[in-house]
Every structure is written in structure tokens, then in C-alpha cells.
Design a binder for this molecule. Structure first.
Ligand SMILES: Nc1ncnc2c1ncn2[C@@H]1O[C@H](COP(=O)(O)OP(=O)(O)OP(=O)(O)O)[C@@H](O)[C@H]1O
Ligand SMILES: [Mg+2]
Length: 511
């Protein structure tokens, strides 16, 4: 993945100049959690600093301190060597700091341009909104992002990746010197990531300091100059990234060695469970057939836009196919709604797990057991002890990091919230589970735990369809791989001896 890690050399392109921003001994305490414990971090002009750490290490909390959302309990922030205090998010913006968050809030009913300039709309002499200028500026920003999105259309008409570009354009609409990106690439395709990286290069050239958060090491090595590692709210190391091998960084963040091995168990594959025959959708995919057998992990590979998620959604009854047949254990089945699917024992963990899948104010254990209440209730009464036991099993196996299972899900870090979503669907003891990008946003140490658990559930007879854009994950976990390209089947491959190039060729159509 990152064979190109250079051995210790001093990168002469790095400025040794004065820091643009310093955070010194910052502590942020929540009830029962010291999210940041006297951390310090320094950002330099014209450089990208990668902030690395496990789920819950405190990365997003640091971002929220830096953007004026939290007032830290201790510590100070200096810009150009001068102390600053942020009492509000506006203060941070005024100080030249902008952020693309894990969950930037955008408004469906507003236009793209309105979303970009909300809160700082260009005004005419008469203090009315200068629509012409706003749309022109929005278009200019989007073009600089190499996007042809029309600034006058409503946000609700955009795809998820396009919305993300709007969020980025919004952050860049503030003329900031410090740009923070908290997992900006999670929803982007490779082409869009390339575009984003070009923008990052431009920002570097303009002397801006960039703080970049991602769980993907190949991206970090591609874009970052320096790194800082957090662990359990403490800063445990920093340095020049390209001079530091990945192993060393992983050891700093996890406290042990993690090898990217896939704990795939050899499972006796059983009889066909789910048979999909000639499934078609009016616009998204055509002529898809597959057979998923007991204990099998079927990888679903393809480029973003190949129709994989759309196929999964139709299997789960979110959308309806225009034609095609389904059989479950040999019996014909019609799925017209997610309720039908769940009743038949088919569940789907979507890629866009976000906040939609969780009741944020409710405790973890209730979120985990919500869809499986029938299993935890006895004679109609909910048994908290059962719920707790069920939740504990899944929390442990998914490496969930939380002070206790009684804390509200909303207080968990992004990656830990995702583990709750996966856990709650696994806990329903389905026959078929469809996992869409199951480890996106999950740190490298927890990934192995999640993979081991998926593999173990397969060995217990669960049948799994796993959508993933990560080749190592697809190759490491799948018994067979179905490749889709532009909505069409592009090959079915057996695990044995399968090479990454074979999948890439099938996915891109390059012979
Ligand atoms: N509002 C809050 N109330 C209580 N605890 C919180 C709150 N926000 C964050 N925490 C806790 O602070 C810790 C750090 O969380 P943070 O979101 O900063 O992690 P992160 O490094 O961004 O992780 P991820 O990679 O999963 O996004 C976690 O233990 C989290 O549960
Ligand atoms: Mg985070």
C-alpha cells in the first residue's frame, strides 16, 4: 500500500520557520472522560500535519477546541506566537481557522451556493443578498475543486460525494490560514480524492497550515509532511512522516504491533441461502445474478458508482428492482420493504451509517439491542440484564471503546458510533447480512477485531455480502468476489490465487 515510504531522510522542502499555530497543554474533560490530556501540537505554514490515532483518541475533540466549539479546561492556543481565546465558533473563523468536519451540517432545501455561503453571504450596497456574486463565487470555488456542480440547484439533488464537495467548498469560502480536514476522504471516490489532494497542494503553496485526519495510511503518506499521534487523549509522538515507517506509527497509536493480516477462518461453505436472479433496476444496475451460500463471505467489488450500494439497497427493500427474482433457502421471496427483509432474516448495514442509524441520546446498550428486542424480551418484558449481556458481547468483539455501555451513543467518537451500528444489526442474528464498507472510519487496530468477528460469524453459519473498495479487505475476507462495473456484472472470482490486478481490471474494464 505504501511501498514508497522513504527511509529516514530530512525533507528539505519543509520549512523550519516559525509555527503558524501552537496548541499547548490542552486538556478537555467530559463527565467521566479526559478526552484530551495536556496535548500540544504545532502547525507550520505551507505544511500538512497528519493527526493520527485510534477511534476515540481525541482527534475530533482537538478539532472542536481549535474551531471554538469547546472551551478547553486547560492550555493555550497561539497564532503567530500570540495567544488567542475562542469563545465561539465565529471567533475561530475570525482568527483564520476553517474546518471540514466528519459531519458538516448542510441544508437540503437551500441551494449549493447558499450552503457554501450560509452565515457570510455576499451583500449588495443595500445590504441585500448579492445573488449574482454569491453564485459566481460559488461556481469559482467549485471549479477550483474541479467540480461542475451547478451552484443554483438545491442540495437535496446532489449525491453524497457531491455534498461532500460542497462541504469542502464551504470551508474554503472562508479565507482561512489554517485548514482542518477531519476524515475528508471518507465519502469520496479515488478521482475526487485526487482532486482534493490537488487542492491541498494549492493551499500548501499559499502558505496555509493544514491539519489532516484520516485512518488511511496510504493517503497520509501521500499528502502529509508531518505527523502527530494521539493515544487515549495524550500526544505520544510527532515527527516527519515520510521519514517514519508505518509500523512505527501504528505502534505509537495502538501500543503494539498490528499486522495487516486477515483473520479469515476456513469455513465449510454450505447450501445456497440467498439466490438473486437477473436483478434489474431502471437506472442503477442490470442483469445481476448471484448465489450466496451458508457461511460464505461474498465480496462485492467495483468503483464508486458501479451500482453496488444500489444493489444492496434493493436486496434490503429500500428500493424496488424493475425485474428479477429472489429465493431464500430455495423458496421464492418478494422483498418490498426493509420490514420484509428483516422478517426474512436479511439485514443491511449501509455505508452512510452516520447519525441516521442511531438514537444519539440513548445509551449504547439500548441502541445495540433496539432491532433485536424480541430476543432480549421475555414474556413481553424487556430484560435490561439480557440487553446488557447481548450488547456487551458485541461491544467487546467489535473493540468498542466507551466509558460504559450506559453512556449516550452521541458522546462516542465517530468510529465507535459506527461499531455500534454494525453491532446492532449483527445482534439481530440474521441469516444474511449485507455490510457496505464495514470498516470505513475504523482504526487499524479495531479493523482486525471487526474482521475477526465477521469471520467468526460466518463460521457459525451466517452468510455475508461485503461491499468494500479496499482491495486488501476484499482479498483478505472474501470466499468469492463479484465485480460490478457501471451497473453490470463484470466477473465472479474464487478466493484461491486471486490477484488484486484481476479485480482492478474487471472493475475498470481495462484488458
Ligand atoms: N460531547 C462529549 N461528551 C462526552 N464524551 C465525549 C464527547 N465528545 C467526545 N467524547 C469522548 O472523548 C473521546 C475522544 O473522542 P473523539 O471524538 O475526539 O475521538 P476521535 O479521535 O475523533 O475518534 P474517531 O477516529 O473514532 O473519529 C472519546 O472517548 C469520546 O467518547
Ligand atoms: Mg473523530
Amino acid at each position: 500500500m505504501n511501498a514508497a515510504i522513504e527511509r529516514p531522510t530530512i525533507d528539505r522542502t519543509l520549512s523550519s520557520g516559525t509555527p503558524l499555530l501552537e496548541m499547548r497543554d490542552i486538556s478537555q474533560i467530559f463527565p467521566g472522560v479526559k478526552a484530551l490530556d495536556a496535548v500540544s501540537i504545532t502547525l507550520y505554514p505551507g505544511e500538512v500535519t497528519a493527526l493520527i490515532g485510534e477511534n476515540g483518541a481525541g482527534k475530533s475533540t482537538l478539532v472542536k477546541v481549535l474551531t471554538g466549539i469547546y472551551r478547553p479546561n486547560e492550555g493555550e492556543i497561539l497564532i503567530d506566537g500570540r495567544p488567542v481565546v475562542f469563545s465561539s465558533a465565529q471567533d475561530a473563523i475570525d482568527a483564520g481557522i476553517t474546518a471540514i468536519h466528519q459531519e458538516t451540517v448542510l441544508f437540503d432545501e437551500l441551494t449549493v451556493a447558499e450552503n457554501i455561503f450560509l452565515g457570510h453571504t455576499p451583500r449588495t450596497r443595500w445590504k441585500t443578498i448579492d445573488w449574482a456574486r454569491m453564485n459566481a463565487e460559488a461556481r469559482r470555488l467549485l471549479v477550483s475543486l474541479e467540480s461542475a456542480i451547478d451552484p443554483t440547484i438545491r442540495l437535496k439533488d446532489l449525491s453524497i460525494a457531491q455534498r461532500h464537495l460542497v462541504a469542502i467548498a464551504r470551508a474554503l469560502s472562508i479565507d482561512a490560514r489554517i485548514v482542518i480536514m477531519d476524515e475528508p476522504t471518507a465519502a469520496l471516490s479515488r478521482k475526487e480524492i485526487d482532486d482534493l489532494f490537488r487542492i491541498v497542494e494549492t493551499l500548501k503553496g499559499q502558505g496555509k497550515a493544514i491539519l489532516f485526519i484520516s485512518h488511511k495510511f496510504d493517503e497520509l503518506y501521500e499528502i502529509a509532511d508531518r505527523f502527530a499521534v494521539f493515544r487515549d487523549g495524550r500526544a505520544v509522538g510527532h515527527g516527519l512522516l515520510k521519514a517514519t515507517p508505518q509500523d512505527e506509527i501504528v505502534r505509537l497509536m495502538v501500543g503494539r504491533d498490528v499486522k495487516e493480516t486477515f483473520p479469515k477462518l476456513t469455513v465449510a461453505i454450505g447450501e445456497p441461502i440467498l439466490e438473486v436472479e437477473d436483478y434489474c433496476h431502471p437506472t442503477e444496475f442490470n442483469g445481476i445474478s448471484l448465489t450466496l451460500r451458508r457461511g460464505e463471505i461474498l465480496g462485492l467489488y467495483g468503483l464508486i458508482g458501479a451500482g453496488r450500494s444500489e444493489l444492496c439497497q434493493s436486496l434490503f427493500g429500500i428500493t424496488r428492482p424493475s425485474s428479477g427474482r429472489l429465493r431464500l433457502s430455495g423458496q421464492p421471496l418478494t422483498i418490498a420493504s426493509p420490514q420484509d427483509a428483516i422478517r426474512a432474516g436479511i439485514v443491511y448495514v449501509p455505508e452512510e451509517r452516520g447519525r441516521h442509524g442511531l438514537a444519539l441520546p440513548m445509551p449504547i446498550y439500548q441502541n445495540m439491542t433496539l432491532p433485536s428486542l424480541t430476543r432480549t424480551s421475555r414474556s413481553g418484558f424487556l430484560k435490561a440484564a439480557n440487553e446488557f449481556a447481548l450488547a456487551r458481547r458485541y461491544a467487546e468483539r467489535l473493540d468498542l471503546r466507551a466509558a460504559s455501555l450506559s453512556v449516550p451513543v452521541g458522546t462516542l467518537s465517530g468510529g465507535n458510533q459506527q461499531k455500534v451500528v454494525i453491532g446492532k444489526w449483527l445482534a439481530t442474528a440474521p441469516r444474511v447480512i449485507i455490510l457496505d464498507e464495514p470498516t470505513k472510519g475504523i482504526d487499524i487496530g479495531s479493523k482486525a477485531a471487526v474482521h475477526a468477528f465477521i469471520s467468526e460469524l460466518a463460521s457459525e453459519g451466517l452468510s455475508i455480502i461485503m461491499v468494500s473498495s479496499e482491495l486488501p479487505e476484499i482479498l483478505g475476507m472474501s470466499d468469492r468476489v463479484l465485480v460490478m462495473r457501471e451497473g453490470l456484472p463484470a466477473g465472479l472470482f474464487e478466493r484461491e490465487g486471486l490477484q488484486p490486478e484481476t479485480l482492478v481490471r474487471a472493475a475498470t474494464g481495462n484488458a
